[in-house]
Design a protein around this ligand. Structure first.
Ligand code: DLZ
Length: 161
């Protein structure tokens, strides 16, 4: 069966993360959605042992700003990973495409330039309902999945060191 939820694959491999420190950068645009993604990510990190003090949350205006916000976090703090959370909803103009392209490219670049994982927790949906369904609704919470991915990638990096 196709994988639909990153929280359900290989969860047995998630190590104790009590020594880990993560940054979360969250876009305020569509904040009813991104606020729920943030809640899910924080809850999941804590569930796996990350202390409140080791979760650094920073807000940026929109998804386009996630890349620079994430770079600031990586430059100014000593982190095991950065989770980027945003929500881009299709509108009447091509703005959606440009924002999605910009942030996808930006986060990819950060992954290659820094030796820590930057996780792509950005919803790109046709409408608000699809976004609500994926931020604590009937399709789960992609913030949880972003946190699980961060934990796994940080553990992989530690294993390789
Ligand atoms: C301008 C804009 C639009 C139209 N739509 C969204 C969106 O759906 N989701 C989102 O996170 N941000 C949106 N923005 C704001 C841009 O991300 C960015 O903040 C501005 O273009 C300023 O750089």
């Amino acid at each position: 069966m196709a994988t639909k939820n990153l929280s359900e694959v290989g969860t047995g491999q998630i190590p104790d993360a009590s020594e880990m420190r993560f940054g979360i950068v969250v876009a305020d645009w569509n904040n009813e959605v991104t606020g729920s993604l943030l809640d899910g990510a924080v809850k999941t990190l804590k569930k796996h042992g990350v202390s409140k003090e080791n979760i650094v949350v920073k807000h940026v205006p929109g998804t386009f700003e996630l890349t620079l916000g994430a770079q600031f976090l990586a430059e100014y703090d000593d982190l095991d990973g950065v989770i980027c959370l945003g929500c881009v909803i299709q509108g009447e103009t091509p703005h959606f495409t440009y924002i999605c392209q910009g942030v996808t490219h930006g986060i990819t670049q950060l992954n290659l330039e820094y030796n820590i994982p930057f996780i792509f927790g950005v919803l790109t949906t046709d409408n608000l309902q699809q976004a609500l369904d994926r931020s604590g609704g009937k399709h789960g919470n992609k913030g949880d999945e972003a946190a699980i991915t961060a934990l796994k990638m940080a553990a992989l990096q530690r294993e390789m060191e």
